[in-house]
Unconditional design. Sequence first.
Length: 183
Amino acid sequence: MEDMPTLYTERLILRSLQLADAEAVQREFPHWDVVRYLNAAVPWPYPEDAALAYLRDIALPAVAAGKEWAWTIRLKSAPEQLIGKISLMDQTDNHRGFWLAPAWQGQGLMTEACAVVTDYWFNVLQRPVMRVPKAAPNIGSRKLSERAGMRLIRTDEGDFVGGRFPRELWEITREEWLQRQKT
């Protein structure tokens, strides 16, 4: 595995996820507005050591194996403060996931983070398609996918922290992404 680069947007710094981020993740992640539409595999209520266990036992080994690329999200104006996480995953029909602490939601920050990470997926990793599953009631995530030029390709049901919901699968191809970047 090569070292993951730090990525930058107009307002953000995306730094590779580190074990030292566990305390900040533990502080910022376990909020209902963050977790309710995440996969039911996320424990809830969130145990006191869950962030450390997740980074140490799941996320960082997946990064080391080249099956995941994970960044913390930080504001350029406060680079020491972790406000979220975004990942790319080499999984069937599940290529990108993210969360953002409630205080920073609704400001377009995740749109910026998703754009630079999607660009990494297509232009650095050279992947042919990005597929992103989501809970259908997660309107903010749906709007983000629509703005990025993704299209809904399938619906079914899934188990999320907040319960069983309709699940949507959104997709964009590399060619479609590259075409959108030209305009």
